[in-house]
Design a protein around this ligand. Structure first.
Ligand code: SF4
Length: 313
């Protein structure tokens, strides 16, 4: 089953992945973590082989504020600079993620990941808007083709396993043939007063009348070992949080993280853990439904570091 909102390409020539040279912009989403470092290595390797000029590749880091591990933004900049790539930082306007959780009086969770939509997807789409304008100012005529590249992997979770490695980021206002067919199916269902099947509906993606956006996960099929060996080959510096025992980078305290990972993070960042616990105490909303930050802190104080499995997110 394909993840909701993704639009598969029906044409056989798309089976092998994107034609990199056909995009005006290639947007590499980099967090400073191992998966995005491996993704960047693989993207640059394939882009070089396809003869794509490096000034078409833009690295983007979505900044979350103090919820992130210290130094991730600087490390992401270092990763981009290693390949001589342009580096942009985007962020939500206003409060950072920790302050926003306090403002809303609730933590995000698996079914309501407003952290991702507000702090990553939204700001990255604003960058797409300015890149389109930049291309138009430079004389580009017609819709601007943009490839959004991320380091998500099937191994990470069932939800990520369902993602297509390459898909169209379709939307109601996208005039491409795929989206037109879906719009027609939706209109027909509405006329007949019947529900339109989810896999036939237009998506809520980033494409619109001025930009055609596709999404690519070049390391989707890679294992964790594949990722680490690509990072070793790339020469890119991994974040010290890995050596300290964290299996993933992301937010220091991700609402989707496993209990052992959260306990280790609380040992490494006790001040931030205390901030989350204070938000819990003030709002009465727990960090995870069945695990409070107060419990995480208490366990961090009496636990030794053990092997930490990855978590599903
Ligand atoms: S790492 Fe976790 S908490 Fe942070 S933005 Fe992503 S899903 Fe939300």
């Amino acid at each position: 089953m394909v993840s909701r909102g993704q639009i598969a390409f029906d044409l056989p020539e798309f089976d092998d992945g994107p034609d990199l040279a056909s995009y005006r912009w290639i947007l590499a989403n980099i967090s400073g973590g191992k998966d995005s470092a491996a993704m960047l290595y693989e993207l640059v390797r394939q882009a070089d082989a396809a003869g794509v000029p490096r000034d078409r590749i833009v690295c983007v880091h979505a900044a979350l504020g103090r919820a992130e591990w210290e130094g991730t933004r600087e490390l992401a900049a270092e990763h981009a600079a290693a390949y001589g790539l342009r580096f942009e930082v985007v962020a939500r306007t206003g409060a950072d993620l920790v302050d926003r959780i306090a403002e809303r009086g609730m933590f995000p969770d698996a079914s309501n990941r407003w952290c991702t939509s507000d702090f990553k997807r939204g700001p990255v789409r604003r960058l797409m808007t300015s890149l389109v304008r930049e291309a138009q100012d430079g004389g580009h005529l017609g819709r601007v083709r943009l490839l959004n590249v991320m380091g998500l992997r099937a191994d990470e979770s069932p939800a990520r396993r369902r993602l297509l490695a390459f898909s169209h980021d379709g939307a109601l206002t996208c005039p491409c043939q795929n989206c037109m067919l879906r719009r027609a199916a939706l209109e027909s269902a509405e006329r007949r007063g019947v529900p339109c099947p989810k896999d036939k509906k237009p998506g809520h993606g980033a494409s619109n009348t001025v930009r055609h956006v596709d999404t690519w996960h070049p390391v989707h099929a890679w294992s964790t070992d594949d990722v680490w060996s690509a990072v070793a080959r790339s020469g890119l510096r991994p974040h010290p949080a890995y050596a300290a025992g964290m299996p993933r980078l992301s937010c220091s305290f991700c609402v989707l993280a496993s209990r052992p990972a959260l306990i280790r993070a609380a040992q490494l960042r006790p001040a931030l853990a205390a901030e989350y616990a204070a938000i819990e105490a003030k709002t009465g909303h727990r960090f995870q439904n069945d695990l409070s930050m107060a419990e995480i802190i208490a366990e961090a104080e009496r636990t030794k570091v053990a092997t930490i499995p990855c978590w599903e997110g």
